[in-house]
Design a protein around this ligand. Structure first.
Ligand code: RB5
Length: 147
């Protein structure tokens, strides 16, 4: 599995911790930056990560900013992206099981590295349940195709 990852200046510390988790799980990392604490703009990282996933070059994406909100708003503008903003373990699992989320967003100003890395691990390791959820996810895809 290939995982694209991106962060702005407010998420760069946790990005490093999550890269280690991805590698420990035996998955490939596509690191799209940023790599510094200078102020940058989150859409410049969210959109390239989302596009990697939408094109199939990456299987999943992970985005970190201060709150995760800007990243998730930007990523969800890309067709085919179901980006979930998650700050707890229950939601990390549920959004994979029910929504087949293909991008995960988190906020480094909200949670610490311990919880963020656990969330990433659960989210990466949980498979989509499909079944009754496939009809609902399908309705989102149908809407996108019509647009
Ligand atoms: C940057 O200050 C902050 O606005 C950004 O990281 C994020 O929280 C936006 O949603």
């Amino acid at each position: 599995m290939k995982v694209a990852i991106g962060a702005d200046h407010a998420g760069v510390n946790i990005k490093g911790d999550i890269i280690k988790v991805i590698q420990e799980l035996g998955m490939e990392v596509i690191d799209l930056g940023c790599d510094c604490h200078d102020s940058v703009d989150y859409p410049d990282y969210a959109i390239p990560v989302a596009e990697k996933v939408a094109s199939g070059e990456a299987d999943r994406g992970i985005l970190i900013c201060g709150t995760g909100i800007g990243m998730s708003i930007a990523a969800n503008k890309v067709n085919g992206i179901r980006c979930a903003l998650v700050h707890d373990l229950f939601s990390a699992k549920a959004t994979r099981l029910h929504n087949d989320s293909n991008v995960l967003a988190m906020g480094e100003r909200i949670i610490g590295p311990g919880l963020a890395t656990e969330i990433a691990k659960v989210w990466l390791e949980t498979d989509y349940e499909a079944g009754r959820h496939a009809r609902r996810v399908g309705k989102i895809t149908e809407y996108e195709v019509k647009e």
